[in-house]
Design a protein around this ligand. Structure first.
Ligand code: ADP
Length: 263
């Protein structure tokens, strides 16, 4: 479903991603763990087309093209490879292609403060994807009802708790009908008593079969929900494997030290 090969990224003279290789199968959940500043968010931002990498490829292979699905209608039903090293390829079209297929849930929710909950959810599908407003509205209301926010559709973000804002952030991502869901520390801005609700919702999405990449510090959650864990340090994937093995019996000394500091 997702294949990343040799992804490299520098900011100025600082090399942030050395050469990232990753694969995530359909319906699988990859948790990225690692110290602050190791490059985890940058990996997600490259996958979501928010950063232009310096080299490497990202390939997204959707399920077999289904003529009835929104993906096929939007022209996203075929395999796509973005080659950041290709000469002449236009950066903006590469990034747009990635944004078409993935959706990100941000640490700080990133809702539009001057738009209502419903307007926040409609913006991407209606304005960017140009899908019919009536159809998207029905879908958005169903999603908001599902996450317990049916009575908040006309509220503004500042009127909501952090947990409610993050549920809107998740609904906004789902409404884009992405092939890949990306979560950047989705609970680290939340008060401790609100973390559980958001983690439960993400777990439900995993069970439903969404393909996801999650940056998280919640190791217990990663153990429970992730199909695999990658430990990132210094812009490299140091270790990648089964969650129980990586967390309980890491192969690499650096992973061991990181986990030891957290536990
Ligand atoms: P993590 O998510 O693991 O904490 P990040 O991907 O956010 O790590 O950051 C990796 C490194 O890249 C850090 O040293 C950070 O300071 C640097 N960095 C991230 N974004 C930028 C940027 N826009 N400009 C310059 N440096 C950046």
């Amino acid at each position: 479903m997702l294949t990343v090969r040799g992804l490299r990224k520098s900011f100025g003279t600082t090399r942030v991603l050395e050469s990232i290789d990753l694969t995530v199968g359909r319906g699988r959940v990859l948790a990225l763990i690692g110290p602050s500043g190791s490059g985890k968010t940058t990996i997600l931002r490259c996958l979501n087309g928010l950063e232009n990498a310096d080299g490497g490829t990202i390939t997204i292979t959707p399920a077999e093209a289904d003529p009835a699905s929104g993906a096929a209608a939007a022209g996203t039903g075929t395999e796509m490879t973005v080659d950041f090293g290709a000469a002449g390829a236009r950066a903006t079209s590469r990034l747009a292609a990635l944004r078409d297929r993935s959706a990100m849930v941000f640490q700080n929710y990133n809702l539009f403060p001057h738009k209502t909950v419903l307007e926040n959810v409609l913006e991407g599908p209606v304005v960017v994807q140009r899908r019919p407003k009536a159809e998207v509205t029905a879908e958005a209301l169903a999603l908001l009802t599902r996450v317990g926010l049916a009575d908040k559709t006309d509220a503004y973000p500042f009127e909501l708790s952090g947990g409610q804002q993050q549920r809107v952030g998740i609904v906004r991502a789902l409404a884009l009908r992405p092939q890949l869901l990306l979560f950047d520390e989705p609970t680290s801005s939340l008060d401790p008593e609100l973390v559980g609700d958001v983690l439960r919702l993400i777990k439900e999405l995993a069970i439903e079969g969404w393909t996801m990449v999650i940056v998280t510090h919640e190791l217990e959650f990663a153990r429970e929900v992730a199909s695999e864990i990658a430990f990132v340090d210094g812009g490299r994937i140091v270790e990648h494997g089964d969650p129980k093995q990586v967390l309980r019996d890491p192969r690499e000394e650096r992973t061991r030290q990181f986990l030891h500091r957290l536990l």
